[in-house]
Each structure stands twice: as C-alpha cells, then as structure tokens.
Design a protein around this ligand. Sequence first.
Ligand code: GLN
Ligand code: ZN
Length: 763
Amino acid sequence: MIVTHNLGFPRIGPNRELKWAVEAYWRGELNQSQLLATGQQLRREQWQTQSAAGLDLIPVGDFSWYDQVLDMSLLLGVIPTRFGNIEDHNALDTYFRMARGRAPSGADTTACEMTKWFDTNYHYLVPEFEPAQEFKLCSTKLFDEIREATALGHKIKPVLLGPLTYLWLGKGVSATFDKLNLLNKLLPVYGAILQQLKALGVEWVQIDEPILALDLPPAWQQAFEFSYSQLLVPGLKKLLTTYFDDLGDNTHLACRLPVDGLHIDLVRAPQQLQTVLDQLPAYKILSVGVIDGRNIWKSNLLPMLDQLKKIQGRIGERLWIAPSCSLLHCPVDLNNETELESEIKNWLAFAVQKLAELSLLKQALDTESLSLYQLLKDNTTAITSRTVSTRIHNPQVKERSGRVTADMSQRFSAYPQRAKIQQQILNLPLLPTTTIGSFPQTQAIRSARQLFKQGKLSQLDYEHTIKTHIHETVQKQLAIGIDVLVHGEAERNDMVEYFGEQLDGFAFTQQGWVQSYGSRCVKPPVLYGDVARSKPMTVEWTRYAQSLTDKPMKGMLTGPVTILQWSFVRDDQPRQDTCRQIALALRDEVVDLENAGINIIQIDEPALREGLPLRKTKWRDYLAWATESFRLCASGVKNQTQIHTHMCYAEFNDIIDSITQLDADVITIETSRSQMALLDAFKHYNYPNAIGPGTYDIHSPRIPSTEEMTALLTTAAKYIPVERLWVNPDCGLKTRHWPEVETALTNMINAAKQLRTTFAKTP
Ligand code: GLN
Ligand code: ZN
C-alpha cells in the first residue's frame, strides 16, 4: 500500500473565513473565545476534507492565525523584549502585536519585519535573534491541535519548521553575530518538542528544511548532520521535507541525514529523482512531491502513474506520494467557482481537487479497477483538450513571437543621446519631481467601480466618474507643482488584474484566494493561453489626462515580468515564452501611447527581483530573459520618448547589472525606509541612467518634513550625479489619504526646490 500525505493545507477557509474572523477580532467585534472557536471549526473542516479525500496522513500544525514562522517563534520563545514577557500578556495578543504592531490588548509596538517566503508571494515574519538569545517552549498550540485532531480520529503527521531553516530565516539584531552559533541552544528545545510529540502518540513528524534547496555555505551544510544526530527520539519517525527546487549539491547530505524519510519536489525539480534514488539508504522512505502545490493546473495523471510505477518497482512500499509542497500556495476549492468558463474550469485543480488526484494515483497504484479507469480517462480528456484548445492557442501570437529579432529589444540610440533629445522636448528642471503612478483610491472610486461591475452604473456614467477623478488628480498635482504628472490610476483595482482583464489569455476566479500575509489574500489571474491585445488598454485615460495640461503626462503600465510573476501561469510552455508574449502585447500599448502624444511612459516591474530562482546558477538565464522581455516591451518607441520603470522591495546589490540592462531612461526605486541604504549598490557601481530614489515611505501615514527629504536627497546626490537624479515618493499612493498626500508632496516639492538653489550656487 502506497502512503499518501499532505505537507500543508490552505488555512484561510473556502470563503476566507479566517480573514474575516481575525480582522473582526482586531476591530473588537469578536472576542477571543469566539475567534478561537472559528479557528477550531476551520481546522475541523480542513482535517475532515483531507481525511475524506483518502489521505493516509494529514498535516497538523499548518493552521496559523497569521504565519507559520511566527508560530514557530512563539513555540521556541523567540519573542523580542519589546513585546514584554509573554506570561504577563495575553499570548495571542502578543502574537498579533509581533505580527502587526497592535492587538486588542497590550501596548502598540513596532512589528517584526516581514519578508517573502523563498520564491513565493507569501510573506513570513522574520525571527529576531539577540546575541544572547535563549530558547524555551512558550506555546502549546501545536500540542493542543494534535490532541484536537487525534480526538477527532484523524491519522496525523505534525509539521515543524526545521531548526536550520528556522535559524536561516531569522535575523540577528546586531550585524556581526553568527546565527549559527545559536544552534547549540536551539536544539535542546527542538528535542523537547519531539519528546512531547512522542508522548502524544505521534508516529511520524514532518520537519521542513526547504533551505536544502538553496546554495548553502559549508558551515550550514555541516550543521545538518550534527543537528539531526542530536534529535534522535526512539519511536518517533521523521520525514524531512524539501521543496521549491533541486537538492543539488545538498543531495548527498540530505540523503544521509539520520532521519526516516525524505520528501523531494519533483514538480520544480524532476531531474533530481535518479540521484536521490541512487543515494537514499534502503531503510528510508522516499516521498515524492508530484502534484504541483504552486499552481492550479490539473495533473497529467497517466504519465505520472507510469513514473510512479517505476519508482514503486524499485523501492516498493517505501514510496510515499504527496503534493510538491504545502498547498498553502493554492486556492481552496474549485467547486466554489460558478462563473468560470467550463472549458477552462475543466483544466484546473485547487487544493481540494489536488488531494483527489493524489488519492486517485494511490488507488491506481494499488488496484486496477474499472471505475478508476473512467476517472483516469476523464483526466486524460481534460489534459488533451488543453493541448489543442483554440482558446489557448493563437497561431498569430505564436508566429509573432517567433519573429522577434534582437534589434527589437534595443532602443535606437544609447542613453546619453536619448537623454539629450528627451530633454529638448521635455524641458525639465534639475531634480525633476514626479510620483509613482497611483493616487488615493477613495471610497467614491471604489464604489463606482463596484456598481459598474454589477451593471448598476452604465459604461458612460462610469467613464464620466473616472474622468472626474482624473481631472481632480491632475488639478491637485498642478497646484502642488509637480513636474511630471500622472493620471492617478483611478480606473485600476489592481495593477495586474486591470491588464489581465483586457488581454486575451487570462481568466479570473471568484474565490481563488491565496494568503499573501496575515489576513491579506490575493487572487492571482489565471494566465492560461496565448496573450494578445485586441485594443488599447490605457490610451484613452492617459490622452484625456494629457489634454488637461501642458506639463508632461506619464503613461502607466505594468511590465511583463510582473504580470507573469503575479499570475498563475500556464505550465505548458516555458515561462519565458509566456513573458515574451505579454511583452509583445504591451509593446503595442507603449507605441500607441507614444502615438497619442505621451512623451513619458512608465513600465512598472516591482516583481522583477522576486522572480529570481533560488539557485544562483539559474539567475543568469532568468535575468537574461526577464530583462529582454522588459526591453522588448519598451523599445518600440523613438529616442524622444522617455521610458521609466519602478521597482519596490528591491535589494539591488546583487542584480544591479540586470537593472542597468533594462536600459530604462529613469528608474524609481524604494529607498526611503532604509534611509537610502539601498543606494549602497550605487556607491561602487556607476549606474549610467537616471534614478529617482524614493524620498518618502508611502507605507506609513507619517508625513516627512521638507528637511528630512532634503537630507535624503543630499545623501543620494553623493552617489548619483545630480543631473541624473529624480525626486519622487517610494511607491504608489493609492492606499493613502488625500490630505497626507498633499502635504507630503508639497514638502517633497519644496525639498527639490531648495536643492535646486543649492546646486545652482555650487555648480
Ligand atoms: N504604478 C503603481 C502604483 O503607483 C506601482 C505599484 C507598485 O510598485 N507595486 O500604484
Ligand atoms: Zn512600488
């Protein structure tokens, strides 16, 4: 009998019940026991769904109020001193204060930092270690949930984040100390946790060590053997789970660790199977992650079955099967989609459907019954229909993609010549001022959009409303005195969805939510087919905005890499091919904007960096096609048209070359939160084009003063020649309110003016 198991299930609930409950609790509309009851109910349903799908082992401990790494910090007692002594506070509120700085009880405190979980769009809370960090068991959540699930009769496998990955993900409060030194203190606490699991009757525990799919320094590699030999608990078996990439140079190490089983991701890294099979000792379980936990496509079960039979032939009952990683990254249940075209729906599988696939694989491996035959046949029919569907395959798009030549991703002249021509037309002052694109999305805008979508507001009335907002936004920018204006993005709900809705090849779900961080969920579009643009998408709004002023109006587009990165992308062709198709569609928009008299066009690429592969060896390839796509999209215009790009959350130091290769005339970046520390990259590297380092943090309601911004810009001017320096906030302003925005921007303009005088005096 083949064992099936799951690494983690989405905890948000099919209708985002967790989000609603947690937010109501934060607002004081739900008390703590009501919140706990909602959580318990959700866990019950999630376990029930998984048991009913026929899984042999279901995960426990994957449920989280906010984030599983933060859960781990509480379990291990890694609670920074500013949150006080946990015994003196309500523990759940301490947890929420660590997550977001505030909770119904306890004083507001600066929250812990948040960052992306490997190469996903999920964000975890970064553990903070003091040099003298102590660890102690501080939470019973995991043990309580184990009792809860066992009492309900489920066959379970608790999930723990492994000690090395936990340390790796954290940060030391002082830069000089080595986190790895904490291992000796950390391991005994892990030991105590494992002892408790054993006492609770647990047979298998899942220990996640996804850092085994990264390039690790030798000291970290060596720490694995040492750590796991300290964690032997007789009678308790460990399944070491890895995912998101290849074990690569850690294969030997991972296979040899003193654990009882190893899970590998065969979706992201199918090539590792043979080596692992060759190296895995004969007493160990091999769990293969064959169902894609990161995407929403139905699995092609027949070839998978063939492959599994071969593995089974080699290792027999030691074979386990599972999704590639936790299903946290998938929407919950496809059955809740009532409006998706049935043809497209038939190609998809969300978490619930993925578990059904798993159980079908298991049955087909164990028996050969006729009813299975029908199910497998249905699967094959769906897969085949996807390969031939005219909805997906557009010969014109494929043909155009094939015709792309190298010169198409190159501007006519190099930056210095372009810059001169552009300046003749634009006639901008020294230190030109601009914004990143969006202005406050007011309630009025949102409700107009909602009414329009519900059919309660006519197209004409909707357009009129949006134009009124654009008009207002332009007037306000003129009054503040900004040099390069924007229309404000009032018509956009989301920077990817807005374009996806107008491009062929995208579909939208109603309930396809995935947790991004805490109670925040995102609903990525489904990019299922060849991408084409049937008509201009932004030209009318931009043209209208430009008609209101003689100052330059900046066109605003989302770049190809970001659209790719923030969608569920088709898996039937390489990502770079899909990216190129998006780039070509956007290229037409760029040219149309130019023809409509727009002299400056910004192409946002905030997701460029997060698309970086986990393994450094794969960076070059990715960066080459990603930057090429950007240039393909941007280079259809004449020299005189100024191309801007914008990025946030970018740590530039290691990819600065690729940023240069984008060859944007101007790049605006996020730097204000780090007091321009991000500009370090520019200290030693002579970035050749113009840069606008963000001068104020739009994520905070705090209004920076003119002096503060003058100081930041003075710092920036040390690294970037002032002739190539722009002045702007660090991201879009859509989440802010008008009064703060007006004051902050006025201060920003004054800072620019002051510096212009200073620099005029000291040429
Ligand atoms: N133009 C977008 C805006 O201003 C950019 C958003 C982003 O960088 N995430 O909202
Ligand atoms: Zn941004």
